[in-house]
Ligand binder design. Structure first.
Ligand code: SF4
Length: 322
């Protein structure tokens, strides 16, 4: 079955059930006309003042005829419950998944076992899949390491890390593409830049943000949430990784990860991306107040290039840091 994902979920049960995971976010934002997906959702009844990502996910699930959609109803987005209700109303099979608020391992194991039953995952196949996914994640971590070492751009880092949410639906293809990329990246000149920036928050709905930053001399050496999608916890077993994964849990977990990486990666400033109509905007103040390097918050609504006002704010932020 072709299984749509609203965000990162444990992938191993999906592959072990011989299904193909498809991250709806990635299909939406890399399409030639993402705005059309947003408009189609509005035509179908979604309000204007709802997050564009949610509208995009809905339209992609319908247009791409997903056999089922796994939606994270605790630990991602407060809109996902209504999105699943809407998809169910449209006769799309929906599978809810929850990350436990208290990070209780046995509760998470119950959730994963339910997922395995629903997807008819093969327990014997699971072991092989765990190893295969691990190998792919190691390559993503290497790409992330080379970003810190100035060999990989922020955009390339974003691409390879954000795609660990579904490994492009085929782990082998991801592994081949990452290996090929690494062999090129290792042997090229270092990136020329004047400033090291970090990017935090949900992935941007702007289509040209990374290029704009690099044109202005900023090298993005940290993509917070995208890196989390790659489960960068080599010492943990496959279930524990989904407990250490910061995104579904408290902002405290995220802040502690961000602070560590600021130090390790020698980051001079942070771009905090927030999405219009997203509940996560509430935490912008908490994040800014907790981080002791300059943070610029930028907000996007509909998919497309950066608007002039946001460009000027980014340029002023970079000038201030130089
Ligand atoms: S940006 Fe916020 S509101 Fe939109 S889908 Fe993501 S978590 Fe939900």
């Amino acid at each position: 079955m072709k299984i749509g994902l609203t965000t990162t979920v444990p992938l191993e049960p999906i592959f072990a059930g011989n299904h193909v995971p498809k991250d709806l976010n990635n299909i939406f934002i890399t399409s030639t006309d993402p705005e059309k997906y947003v408009v189609n959702a509005e035509i179908d009844g979604f309000p204007y003042n709802t997050c564009s990502w949610i509208k995009g996910l809905y339209s992609v699930a319908i247009k791409e005829k997903m056999d089922a959609v796994i939606g994270v109803v605790r630990g991602d987005c407060s809109n996902t419950e209504s999105l699943l209700d809407f998809l169910d109303f449209k006769n799309v099979k929906v599978i809810p998944f929850s990350y436990p608020y208290d990070k209780n391992v046995s509760k998470l194991e119950d959730e994963i076992n339910n997922l395995m039953q629903t997807l008819k995952s093969d327990k014997y196949e699971l072991k092989r899949i765990i190893d295969q996914v691990d190998e792919a994640r190691k390559l993503a971590w290497e790409i992330d390491y080379l970003t810190v070492k100035d060999k990989v751009t922020g955009l390339e880092n974003h691409y390879y890390l954000v795609n660990t949410s579904d490994f492009l639906g085929n782990v082998k293809n991801y592994v081949n593409s990452a290996k090929e990329f690494l062999s090129i990246a290792k042997n090229r000149e270092k990136i020329d830049y004047t400033l090291r920036l970090g990017y935090i928050g949900v992935p941007p709905i702007f289509t040209d943000l990374y290029n704009f930053l690099s044109e202005n001399g900023a090298h993005v050496v940290f993509n917070e949430v995208q890196r989390q999608f790659s489960m960068p916890f080599p010492e943990s077993d496959w279930i524990e990784k989904y407990i250490k994964y910061t995104y579904p849990y408290t902002v405290k977990d995220r802040i502690s990860d961000i602070k560590n990486e600021i130090k390790k990666r020698k980051i001079e400033g942070i771009i905090h991306y927030v999405q219009s109509f997203c509940h996560r905007q509430i935490l912008d103040y908490v994040i800014k107040d907790s981080i002791d390097i300059p943070v610029l918050t930028i907000e996007g609504n509909r998919p497309g290039p950066l608007d002039e006002r946001t460009k000027i704010r980014i340029e002023s932020f970079i000038d201030m840091l130089l």
